[in-house]
Design a protein around this ligand. Structure first.
Ligand code: PGA
Length: 255
């Protein structure tokens, strides 16, 4: 079965609202037409502006996190309802930077995923191993545990709506990309895990992306792999030339 390619940019804690507006305008000028999905995930303060500026273009907008409650005494958090109301459609959940620096656990990832799905947001769930785990030969055990716990009590229908991003922690922002073969091996393993947890059909429908130092030089090789359905891109997503070039490259890959 064929899955369309998804190119998603994770801007992390970069770009003020006015800088974000400038970048989106630049991206729009260089944007190729595409059948593929193109998502940008700016910081919270730029979301509304970016949603507004992306109307009537192929650009869709995602947030970088959301809380599991609709409202309440959760200082510093943003609810899925708040995102929904301004036109956000996607939300990154469980990024390794949140797991490492902000105490995100598989339990909180699971809660956030369920809430996002309840509000009709499409989660981009991030999983991935540290260098230590890879060197100890425990990558697959860790990935399987993360997926199993993160998706606890999530139905098959909801699982099919998910985007899962395989992001080896050692490849994020380091310039050290996983080889296409390494990335493909784990993306395939994620699909096998979904097949075990749900069904083969569900595994075939779910999008699995690769993230970690993807850029216009390595995108073609990575995106050509049968089980890599797109990229979650950090550094290169902050440059209009690079991200639009990656989208162009994706247009020429037959899936
Ligand atoms: P990078 O980040 O492309 O800068 O490695 C990817 C990510 O963290 O999503």
């Amino acid at each position: 079965m064929s899955r369309n390619i998804i190119i998603a940019g994770n801007w992390k804690m970069n770009k003020t609202s006015s800088e974000a507006a400038k970048l989106i305008k630049e991206i729009k000028e260089k944007l190729p037409t595409s059948e593929n999905k193109f998502i940008v995930c700016p910081p919270f303060t730029a979301l509304e502006k970016v949603c507004e500026l992306s109307k009537e273009s192929i650009i869709e907008v995602g947030a970088q996190n959301c809380h599991w409650e609709e409202k309440g005494a959760f200082t510093g958090e943003i609810s899925p309802l708040m995102l929904k109301e301004i036109g956000v459609k996607y939300v990154i959940i469980g990024h390794s930077e949140r797991r490492t620096y902000f105490g995100e656990t598989d339990e909180t990832v699971n809660k956030r995923l369920k809430a996002a799905l309840n509000y009709g947001l499409t989660p981009i769930l991030c999983v991935g191993e540290s260098l230590e785990t890879r060197e100890a030969g425990n990558t697959k055990t860790l990935i399987k545990n993360q997926i199993t716990q993160d998706l606890k009590d999530i139905s098959k229908t909801d699982c099919e709506k998910l985007i899962i991003a395989y992001e080896p922690v050692w490849a994020i922002g380091t310039g050290k990309t996983a080889t296409a073969e390494q990335a493909e091996e784990i993306c395939l393993f994620i699909r096998e895990t979904l097949s075990e947890l749900y069904s083969k059909d569900c595994a075939e429908k779910t999008h699995v992306l690769y993230g970690g130092s993807m850029n216009e030089k390595n995108a073609k090789e990575l995106l050509s792999m049968p089980n890599i359905d797109g990229g979650l891109i950090g550094g290169a997503a902050l440059k209009a030339d690079s991200i639009t070039e990656i989208l162009k490259i994706s247009n020429n890959i037959a899936k």
